[in-house]
Design a protein around this ligand. Structure first.
Ligand SMILES: Cc1cc2nc3c(=O)[nH]c(=O)nc-3n(C[C@H](O)[C@H](O)[C@H](O)COP(=O)(O)OP(=O)(O)OC[C@H]3O[C@@H](n4cnc5c(N)ncnc54)[C@H](O)[C@@H]3O)c2cc1C
Length: 431
């Protein structure tokens, strides 16, 4: 059995981290220099900056600007080893995980495997709609939307043209709002100029939300501001409108039985804990998350921690929202615990989440931000969103490129990467 991380360090605690997302990467970096050996396992060789994923889907950013090689992120942490592998089983009693590239023994295990799209057991939607969670999914969506515009430009069938130019976004949380705003701008500001001779008057962006308001976690004044902005940008916002199913030809059937004929349906209506949680063999909490105590440990297994989207903290104000700052703060907390334990020092108290605020953008010059009791919308909200996301991007090179791309888009109303490539396809397109 392989046990990486122990080569030059006999006797030191071996910490295995599953997942190089926000929680896992923060933890690995914070453990750099601590008297432990760390193996960071992820099925991808990159860390994904999900808040800007929709900008890949809407042809504003290139994948390399939001995905960074994990090895380069932890390059300076000499006690951190990276392993690209997919975890397939967890054996708590034997303190070992299985992966598609072999088994790894651990002394301490931290599961930071994040979440997956939740289709609420609706198989037709799962098979047909475009989720937006992984890099490949964003690319598949970009390719598909650009292709539908190409097809719309040559069809002589009005109905087909309308179908090709209809984009339905299901779920008006931050991702749905950002995505629909960005698609409206892509079609109104960019594609209309690209497809000069053709008729793009049928472009229809529909944002569907089952709840009576969009952006459920934001203050009602910001919800209203966001809705106004979306409508101004040409998005058809339909609240209290749930999706019942999708037919094999892609038609969306709403809860009231009415139908929407759309070539593109984007599913941003929910996420649930990663299937890795079930490998722990404990009873899962709501949303497929793993219940953990206030120190983020699995009950009965103080050597196993769960952080980020997958963790449902019992007590300490939890369960916390599935947000990057929660995962980051939990990664920092577990790092303090493990480093203190390895040094024989007392560890920190229970985990407490410090909410620094939430924000969303609704296009090129409108955003909303909620920081404590303060509320910002419009251009100021957008500038705040811009600044916060720019400083969070992992590499300096990407930060510069993203800034230049954003500025270019802002001044020239352009989308630099509106390429249709063979990489990135929705499974049903290759049927
Ligand atoms: C489109 C989108 C936009 C978002 N925007 C925002 C935002 O603006 N602000 C915000 O705060 N939050 C946002 N979020 C939520 C945020 O991305 C998550 O809360 C955060 O990523 C959770 O961090 P994590 O470490 O728990 O998991 P993740 O960052 O998702 O990382 C999980 C890692 O585990 C790996 N993994 C999973 N399963 C396996 C396996 N079997 N084997 C090996 N590796 C595995 C994955 O490859 C991944 O690298 C957004 C999410 C999405 C999808």
């Amino acid at each position: 059995m392989q046990r990486p991380g122990t080569r030059d360090s006999a006797g030191r605690t071996h910490v295995v981290i599953v997942g190089a997302g926000f929680g896992g990467v923060t933890l690995a970096k914070k453990l750099g220099g601590a008297p432990v050996d760390v193996t960071l396992v992820d099925r991808h060789n990159y860390h994904l900056f999900t808040p800007l994923l929709y900008q890949v889907a809407t042809a504003l950013l290139d994948p390399s600007e939001i995905a960074h090689p994990v090895r380069s992120i932890v390059r300076r942490e000499r006690n951190v080893h990276v392993r690209m592998a997919e975890i397939t089983a967890i054996h708590l009693a034997e303190r070992r995980i299985d992966t598609n590239t072999g088994s790894i023994a651990y002394d301490r295990l931290v599961v930071a495997a994040g979440s997956v799209s939740n289709f609420f057991v609706n198989r037709t939607v799962e098979e047909r709609a475009y989720p937006l969670k992984e890099l490949e999914e964003a690319l598949a969506l970009r390719n598909h939307v650009l292709e539908t515009f190409e097809r719309a430009s040559i069809t002589e069938d009005d109905e087909e043209e309308r179908r090709l130019q209809t984009i339905v976004v299901v779920g008006a949380g931050p991702t749905g709002v950002e995505c629909s705003g960005a698609f409206a701008e892509l079609s109104n500001l960019v594609l209309r100029r690209d497809f000069r001779g053709s008729n793009l008057q049928h472009v229809d962006i529909e944002l569907l939300e089952a709840a009576p308001s969009l952006l459920g976690t934001f203050a009602s004044s910001l919800q209203r501001a966001a809705q106004r902005t979306l409508v101004r940008k040409g998005v058809n916002v339909k609240l209290g409108t749930g999706v019942r199913e999708m037919t094999p030809d892609g038609t969306v059937v709403l809860q009231d039985g009415s139908k929407l004929d759309a070539a593109t349906v984007i599913w941003t209506a929910g996420v649930k804990g990663s299937p890795v949680g079930a490998m722990l063999g404990v009873e899962l909490a709501r949303g497929g998350r793993v219940p953990v105590d206030e120190w983020l440990r699995v009950p009965g297994h103080p050597e196993v921690f769960v952080i980020g989207d997958l963790a449902a903290v019992q007590g300490s104000g939890g369960p916390h929202p599935m947000l990057a700052p929660v995962a980051i703060q939990q990664g920092e907390h577990v790092a303090r615990q493990l480093a203190a334990e390895a040094r024989g020092e007392p560890g920190p108290g229970p985990f407490r989440y410090f909410d620094k605020g939430t924000m969303a953008t609704i296009g090129r010059n409108a955003g909303i931000a909620q920081i404590g009791r303060l509320r910002f919308s419009g251009f100021i909200g957008w500038l705040m969103w811009l600044f916060v996301h720019l400083v969070q991007i992992v590499s300096f090179r990407s930060r510069l490129i993203v800034l230049v791309n954003w500025a270019w888009n802002y001044v020239f109303y352009d989308r630099p990467v509106r390429l249709i490539t063979t990489a990135g396809r929705h499974p049903h397109e290759s049927e």
